[in-house]
Design a binder for this molecule. Structure first.
Ligand code: HEM
Length: 152
């Protein structure tokens, strides 16, 4: 099996991690748009090098007032929703991840650069989950991100 398939199977077969992903997604998706904007703001703050890749979006410091950034933030969150909806089916998770990877390969995003999203995800979880935040939840998201990284 390919590395993407192996990592996808690990996620699908780990019910504890899937519970954590679904529980935290339930919290993050309540305010989908602002959570997406928060995730992008965290990425730009924690990995300033990523800004160069997002030149099309213009002045990202404008936040929600920047309609291109706003559109990107919303689209990004629906991509995550696609992953969450595929957690019980290895083939489905794999094909969604591979489709999603193409969009990033076309933008010359390496696996290492993509992995830089884990820190920003951790910060979003911390802000949104309050006393329910824990490192196991971060690890569950990192396992999902690793499936995408394997496809890059
Ligand atoms: C949770 C992680 C991520 C998700 C869910 C995500 C999702 C998406 C989606 C849905 C698109 C639009 C697809 C398209 O226009 O073809 C996109 C575009 C893009 N992504 Fe990601 N992405 C993630 C992480 C990253 C990271 C870490 C980087 C760079 C370091 C990155 C760089 C880009 C760039 C440059 C674009 C094109 C933006 C534009 O000009 O519209 N992404 N991403």
């Amino acid at each position: 099996m390919s590395q993407v398939g192996q990592l996808a199977a690990q996620v699908v077969n780990n019910s504890d991690q899937k519970d954590l992903l679904r529980l935290s997604w339930g919290v993050l998706s309540v305010d989908l748009e602002d959570t997406g904007l928060m995730l992008m703001a965290n990425l730009f703050k924690m990995s300033p090098g990523s800004l160069g890749k997002f030149a099309r979006l213009g002045d990202v410091s404008a936040g929600k007032a920047n309609s291109k950034l706003r559109g990107h933030a919303i689209t990004l969150m629906y991509a995550l929703q696609n992953f969450i909806d595929s957690l019980d089916d290895v083939d489905r998770l794999k094909c969604v991840v591979e489709k999603f990877a193409v969009n990033h390969i076309n933008r010359q995003i390496s696996a290492d650069e993509f992995g830089e999203i884990v820190g920003p995800i951790r910060a979003v979880l911390k802000a949104r989950m309050g006393s329910y935040f824990d490192e196991d939840t971060v690890a569950a998201w990192a396992a999902l991100v690793a499936v995408v990284q394997a496809a890059l």
